[in-house]
Design a protein around this ligand. Structure first.
Ligand code: QAP
Ligand code: CO
Length: 167
């Protein structure tokens, strides 16, 4: 097992669009284990491969209190979305920043699990928010891009300043 390096906004590598996984093999499963370990260590509730500079469509997530319910989404696709909800989001790539984002409230997602089997899931609430947030990463999008240009530039400055101070 290994901890992976999480890249921080506004690193341009976060804008890379991930490619579908062609085959769910042992290399992919090793990456999933490392991503999960990295997410739990952070600690976080969701991590997309993009955030560890791997540009393949893989997401890990665990919304459980006990941190024993890992969910894996490979090549996820939203096939249905309805309603609208506001949620205060954070991101391991934008530490210390929490902002409200409006997204569809209920979604249906189809994906492959860690064994390469296809599944379909209806999600709402935090689960729906988290899936959409992580799927945005795979498309090269960070949640701060939903905010005003003014807020985005303030967050960028804050992150760059912090980067200078911790070097
Ligand atoms: C995405 O985010 C998410 O700022 C997952 O200092 C978050 O795991 C989706 C974290 C909220 C929906 C709602 C953030 C850890 C973790 C920080 C995370 C921080 C330390 C964020
Ligand atoms: Co994120």
């Amino acid at each position: 097992m290994a901890l992976l390096n999480i890249i921080h906004y506004p690193d341009p590598r976060l804008y890379t669009v991930a490619k579908p996984v062609a085959e769910v093999n042992d290399n992919i499963r090793r990456l999933i284990r490392d991503m999960a370990e990295t997410m739990y260590a952070a600690p976080g509730i969701g991590l997309a491969a993009t955030q560890v500079d791997v540009h393949q469509q893989i997401i890990v997530m665990d919304l459980s209190e006990a941190k024993n319910a890992l969910q894996v989404f490979i090549n996820p696709l939203i096939t249905k979305a309805e309603g609208s909800q506001d949620y205060e989001e954070g991101c391991l790539s934008v530490p210390g920043i929490y902002e409200t984002v409006t997204r569809p409230e209920k979604i249906t997602v189809e994906a492959l699990d860690k064994d390469g089997n296809q599944f379909k899931l209806n999600a709402d609430g935090l689960l729906a928010v988290c899936i959409q947030h992580e799927m945005d990463h795979l498309k090269g999008k960070v949640f701060v891009e939903y905010l005003s240009k003014l807020k985005q530039s303030r967050i960028k400055s804050k992150m760059k300043k912090r980067m200078r101070e911790t070097m």
